[in-house]
Design a protein around this ligand. Sequence first.
Ligand code: NAD
Length: 487
Amino acid sequence: MRAQPKASHFINGEYVEDTAGNVIECVYPATGEVIARLRSATPAIVEQAIASAKAAQKDWAKMSPTARGRILYRASQIIRERNRELSELETLDTGKPIQETIVADSTSGADAMEFFGGVAPAALNGEQIPLGADWAYTKRIPLGIVLGIGAWNYPQQIACWKAAPALVAGNAFIFKPSEVTPLGALKIAEILTEAGLPKGLFNVVQGDRDAGPLLVNHPDIAKVSLTGSVPTGRKVAGAAAGQLKHVTMELGGKSPMIVFDDADVESAISGAMLGNFYSAGQVCSNGTRVFVQKGIKDQFLSRLKTRTEAIRMGEPLDEATQMGPLVNRSQREKVLGYIEKGKAEGATLLTGGGIPNDVSSEGCFVQPTVFADVTDDMTIAREEIFGPVMCVLDFDHEDEVIARANATEFGLAGGVFTSDMARAHRVVDALEAGTVWINTYNLCPVEIPFGGVKQSGFGRENSLAALNHYTELKTVYVAMGKCEAPY
Ligand code: NAD
């Protein structure tokens, strides 16, 4: 098995196994080859991870932010040096093409380590509050043990995006990767250890849907940061609320992308393709409802069809491949089911719509698919598909499209393509979304906050804003005179 790690879990600076755990089979989605076999965590593994995190956290919190940041910075350098190896592993784990993983996965994890390592010495300051003769000050203090739970689409990135702000703020971190893509986080653990992170501060605990709640419900976990679907978010936030734990919820979406008549059409098509076909459409912030103003509809659809049909699907490890398979068979069946619903409910299939011929029959490939003439009530326009399926809807007026764009329970992201900047900002203000792009789509550099509103979640990842979600304030009132009392 070409990607078998030394053991399933990484606890207290070393690989750990418990053969009593359920088997997790890792499959390369492009061929069906089993690349590793891991074990889900038993209660004993969970206890071991918590105990080591607890033992390590207090001393870590006493270190200066500069000293903690230096370790993260070292880790960022090692990640960049090993980018090829990490990207190949990410491709095997997820099926995403190496063309993408080499630029978007471990490198964005390194960005987070570098950014939070660098800003920590200044960003964790408290404030001094004058109160006349008296005064007060605040301290930004860590929460304790933070649990990160990952989705399967960006395993290494999610591990780093959550761990970097949590660790630099003085917390210990336990990561439970998705059981579908469990491999990358183990390498991040190795790298952090090599960079000098004291043992116990970054533990990886593998687990399926049974092991997740063991961690979430553990009383020693102070915070849960989940990236996953809305139904999982409801369960995890509900369980955390029972013990009043802090939570960050990075959940699903059905984001609108609005293309006005005056947009640069080729650029808008690029945005729509990036926001629907990157990672074979398995990106939470994708602009899966593409609203196109009627004046440019024909031109938009004709060029979109030509460009979509030119996408190269195939073996993800081949540098020339632009789109790989979906992550597994069940995701492929789900996506094909939505495509059938789109056809049955009367959308026009512009291109794609099935399994390509010229790829491994054991792979989980689905053609890049575009539906036109989609209406707001169709299932494909309402539910998150999480596959390479773009829905194009028509519109006439700005007010109309804003109302329709917002008519969803989700609020993760949105996009607007126009050459009228006053209109762009007006639309941005009106859209109910955590992130909105003007004349581009899905760019998420570490400097900018990322997260959702409405059912897409709460809390923010990246940027200085993330540090607020991994710390709390301690307020200290300093009396300069005697304590006065009315009795
Ligand atoms: P999922 O909700 O099925 O699983 C997410 C994680 O939660 C997995 O690790 C899973 O094992 C765990 N889990 C499931 N039930 C649990 C429970 N009861 N307690 C604790 N843990 C539990 O999501 P997925 O299919 O892996 O990923 C796809 C979803 O993630 C999509 O909806 C996508 O939009 C979303 N996503 C959101 C973001 C974001 O930043 N907003 C990013 C990537 C993916």
